[in-house]
Design a protein around this ligand. Structure first.
Ligand SMILES: Nc1ncnc2c1ncn2[C@@H]1O[C@H](COP(=O)(O)OP(=O)(O)O)[C@@H](O)[C@H]1O
Ligand SMILES: [Mg+2]
Length: 375
């Protein structure tokens, strides 16, 4: 069986028990497989890297390998209980590599790239934020992740997707899409285009502060969704951050902003029910508490002052991307219904408006939290 064959490349021994597709990840193809060896059953996560999105799987795995090793070292220093469940552990190939390449064959015209992790048992990852505690656990884990990798030694990590959060470039790309308008779709989205153009200043704000040395470059996760945190089934505590493909140099606020974007609204990002889009303040507060619990001592005053703003920036950025993709014919984000990406853009821009109208309340909460913590 093919999955078993891949596992053998990673030196996994014993009898293959079962295996198949696993989880709800959207980017890579994820599988789980169990083996029995010397009377013990062990599970593994095996992933085929999406190399259309990640063009350089070798460099990507160098990042992942360095980050996993450093997290382990830092967790040992802390010290912490349950070490093997607190960070991902790579399984290496016979040659000691973190990546296995399957050459092209008659059925598979291109090579495929694989990696393997020990399965972290007794946890669940959730897709939808229902309670403030889930938001707290996720934000705390992503905050801890940033804190622990902040002193990663060696050269700068590789940018696995260059300019991923370069919002001014995303804005420029939208302007090009509007000018090109290859499918004549611009006429039906005048309102969204006007909203985007009128709010250009949002796109430049954080990189402007970075250029003034008020916000430093850090190592960030860049995909801070609830589903990328494993939550312990017994205790309900955040256990481990997964999905390290986009770990690269970035701004801390990109991670916090994407937590806000993906957690505070009660409805999905492609819902057309715009009236239901709102900022759930208790969820925002839980995110801020969790993140600051870990990062308050690390962040600069300018980063702290922009925590609330960051949600607006990330939501605006994703809205720009959806709108540009709609204009260009849905090349990046799969459209499952007519105008799907336009609906996604509308949803995100509505959330930008909502975040804007609650920004003062969110800022007050952050300032009070910091004042109390320092007292
Ligand atoms: N080592 C692991 N142990 C247990 N579950 C895992 C592990 N790694 C990933 N998962 C699960 O698989 C899902 C998909 O993996 P992920 O790396 O997030 O892929 P994608 O990039 O496609 O989102 C995760 O949401 C998580 O539920
Ligand atoms: Mg994921």
């Amino acid at each position: 069986m093919r999955l078993e064959h891949i596992c053998r490349a990673f030196g996994i021994e014993g009898t293959f028990v079962e295996g198949g597709a696993f989880g709800n990840g959207l980017i890579n193809d994820t599988f789980a497989a169990s083996f029995e060896h010397d009377g013990n059953q062990r599970r593994y996560i095996i992933q085929r890297i999406n190399h259309r999105i990640f063009r350089d799987p070798v460099a990507l795995m160098e990042n992942v390998d360095r980050v996993c090793a450093h997290l382990r070292t830092r967790l040992i220093d802390e010290p912490c209980a349950d070490l093997h469940r607190r960070s991902l552990t790579l399984v290496r190939t016979h040659e000691g590599q973190a990546l296995h390449c399957e050459p092209a064959n008659a059925k598979q015209p291109e090579p495929t790239y694989w990696r393997c992790f020990h399965f972290i048992e007794g946890c669940t990852s959730y897709d939808v934020v229902d309670t403030p505690d889930q938001a707290y656990q996720a934000a705390r884990k992503f905050g801890e992740f940033q804190r622990l990798v902040s002193d990663l030694p060696g050269s700068r990590l590789i940018e696995t997707i260059p300019d991923f959060h370069n919002t001014p470039k995303r804005f420029a790309a939208l302007k090009e899409a509007i000018a090109a308008d290859p499918l004549g779709r611009a006429a039906q989205c005048r309102e969204e285009i006007e909203f985007a153009l009128a709010n250009e200043s949002i796109a430049h704000h954080l990189l402007g502060l970075h250029a003034q040395d008020l916000i430093p470059e850090r190592i960030t996760h860049n995909d801070t969704k609830l589903s990328n945190v494993l939550i312990d089934d017994q205790s309900g505590l955040g256990m481990c951050v997964v999905d390290l493909d986009t770990v690269m140099p970035g701004l801390s606020l990109y991670d916090f902003g994407d937590l806000i974007r993906t957690c505070v609204s009660p409805i999905e990002e492609d819902s057309r029910d715009l009236a239901s889009i709102q900022v759930r303040l208790p969820i925002f507060q839980a995110l801020a508490c969790g993140f600051l619990e870990e990062m308050a001592g690390v962040l600069t005053p300018t980063e702290i002052a922009n925590l609330s703003f960051s949600g607006k920036l990330l939501t605006f950025e994703v809205g720009l991307r959806f709108l540009a993709d709609h204009l260009l014919g849905d090349q990046y984000f799969t459209a499952k219904r007519p105008n799907h990406n336009l609906h996604r853009a509308r949803n995100q821009f509505q959330l930008v408006r909502e975040l804007n109208s609650h920004e003062n309340e969110m800022n007050d909460f952050v300032q009070n939290f910091i004042t109390n913590k320092m007292a």
